[in-house]
Design a protein around this ligand. Sequence first.
Ligand code: 13P
Length: 252
Amino acid sequence: MRKPVIAGNWKMYKTIAEGVDFIQKIAPMAASASHCDVVVAPPFTALAAVSQAAKGSKVGISAQDMHWDKEGAHTGDVSSTMIVDAGCTYVIIGHSERRHDHGETDEQVNRKLKAALAEGLTPIMCVGETLAQRESGGTGQVLKTQFEGGLAGLTPYDFSRIIIAYEPVWAIGTGRTATPEMAAESHHILRDLARQRFGEAEARSVRILYGGSVKPDNVGGLMGQPEIDGALVGGASLKVDSFAALINYPRT
Ligand code: 13P
C-alpha cells in the first residue's frame, strides 16, 4: 500500500508570520489525518520559523529547491545542508517554474536529486509536459526524457526514497485541471518507466503525486484513481480551510 501525500507548495507567498500562523492553525487539523502524509513547502525565508512551529506535529517541511553543492560561491542559492539545518526533510526538485524561470535542465535536476539523497532528504521530483507538447502528442516522450535524465545513475534503493510529482505545465495555476483519467494515464506512463528502469517492486511502491489546479472540489476525483498517490498543490494550499479540505479529501 502506498501512503498518499498531500503537499502544499507555497511558491513565492507568505511572510514568516503568515507561515507560522498557518502552521499553528493547520497542525491540530492535520493531527488526526493518519491516512496521508502532510507536507508544506514555504519559501526559504520562512523555513526555519515554520519548521520550528511544526515541531512535534504531523506536518513535514519541504524546501522548494536547493543547489547541488553543500557550500560555495553561488550567490542567491541555498544548499541541502542549509535546508536540513532549517528543519526540512523534503525538497521539491525540478519544478516547472524553475525549469522555465531559471532554465533548469534535467542534468541539474539529477545533480540536485543526488545531493538531496546524500543529505538524507526526500526529494519530490517534478515532471510534466507543456500544452504545445501535449497537443503535438509528445507527452510520453517528454515524461521519458525528464524521468531518465533526472534519475540517471540512481540505484533502485535511491529511487525508493524519491517521490515523483506529475505536473502538466498547462494545468498549473490556470484553473485547468487534467481530468482524473488524463492524470492517471500519465502516472501509468511514469510507473511503467519506473518498472523498466528500476524493477517491479520499486514501480509498485513509488508514490506519484498529481499537481495542477488541485482544489477541494476536484481532489476526490483525482484521489479516486488508484494510480494517483497524492497531490502537490499550489494556490489551494495557501488558505488553511482549503488545505484542510485537501488533507481530508473524500475517501471511500
Ligand atoms: P496550482 O495548484 O496553483 O495549479 O500549482 C500547482 C503546482 O505547481 C504545485 O507545485
